[in-house]
Design a protein around this ligand. Sequence first.
Ligand code: F6R
Ligand code: MG
Ligand code: MG
Length: 366
Amino acid sequence: MPQKVTVTVIKADVGGYVGHSSVHPRLIDKARETLDKRGSNLLIDSYVATVGDDINLIMTHRNGVDCPAIHELAWDTFLACTAVAKELKLYGAGQDLLSDAFSGNVKGMGPGVAEMEFVERQAEPIIVFMADKTEPGAWNYPLYKMFADPFTTIGLVIDPKMHSGFKFEVHDLIGHKKVVFGCPEEVYDMLVFIGAPGRYCIKSVYSKTLGEICATSTTQRLNLMAGRYIGKDDPSMIVRCQSGMPAVGEALEAFANPHLVAGWMRGSNNGPLMPVAMEDATPTRFDGPPRAVALGFQLCNGNLVGPRDMFADKSFDKARQIANDIAQYIRGLGPFEPGRLPLDEMEYTTLPDVMKRLADRFEDVD
Ligand code: F6R
Ligand code: MG
Ligand code: MG
């Protein structure tokens, strides 16, 4: 049996600098230092990336998915970063670490997890996409475009290794169920669900021809709190590329026409997902607009050769311009939908209080 490699991305926001706009350099140093020191016997390689106020730990190893030691390493790294964030009194220090004690797996404890295990191919290009100020369902549209839309991915039409299509595992984050759709034959059924990204998220994609995993994303389940589902969590995903999977350029093309995602200010507004270079991954205007970055790596026996900052390319200038135009327009709507999210999807609300205060003033309509 050929040896397998696991790529694990675990992400959390453990303190923003300034406000929710970026990560302080000392936290990045602390994360690198902790992974190097504590991970020396566990990891093959690692890279610490940030998008907005989120730290993404990109790790490669031989321990498979859901490995307690790897999850604990990530947890301890975030704890070490939290200590620095507290020392600097950064904003929301430790906010994504929802528990005091680690219990074997970071799932459900706050951080987001995307990981996949596979046999490294002769050449193995991967892209780690990371977003801030949005939710896991934000990947539904680009994943659909990469793996099911022939207008984005011409390989679906003309590459014999892609022509029979892909399988999509879709999670219902509220019903806690999952279902697999074969595409293209079930595209219309699948779109009924993934077109509602606040509830249904594409977790993973598999090649029918190669029988291999091609993509996986962070999809935390939503929490029912105070009668509402909350838990917008800035998402990440790993996409394998080329040789029967979308070409690097096909995967990136899915971001050329910025789509509207839920999140932005107070997790309660719609905004365009702007593809940006790492140095521009600092959501500022109205705490946004939401950002996506893409780091490309060639795997070499599990080592991360890279990264290349894929959205730094000039060919994405137009997409950024469109995103800024959309942002300008939609901000003009202020507190009106669809600028603001529908009542049941907002992360912040004053409705119950206002309703209570005005209860006596509401009269029956004849
Ligand atoms: C969105 C986000 C920010 C905050 C906003 C208010 O995901 O993190 O837009 O919601 O800055 O933050 P607080 O309530 O902490 O003042
Ligand atoms: Mg934040
Ligand atoms: Mg964030």
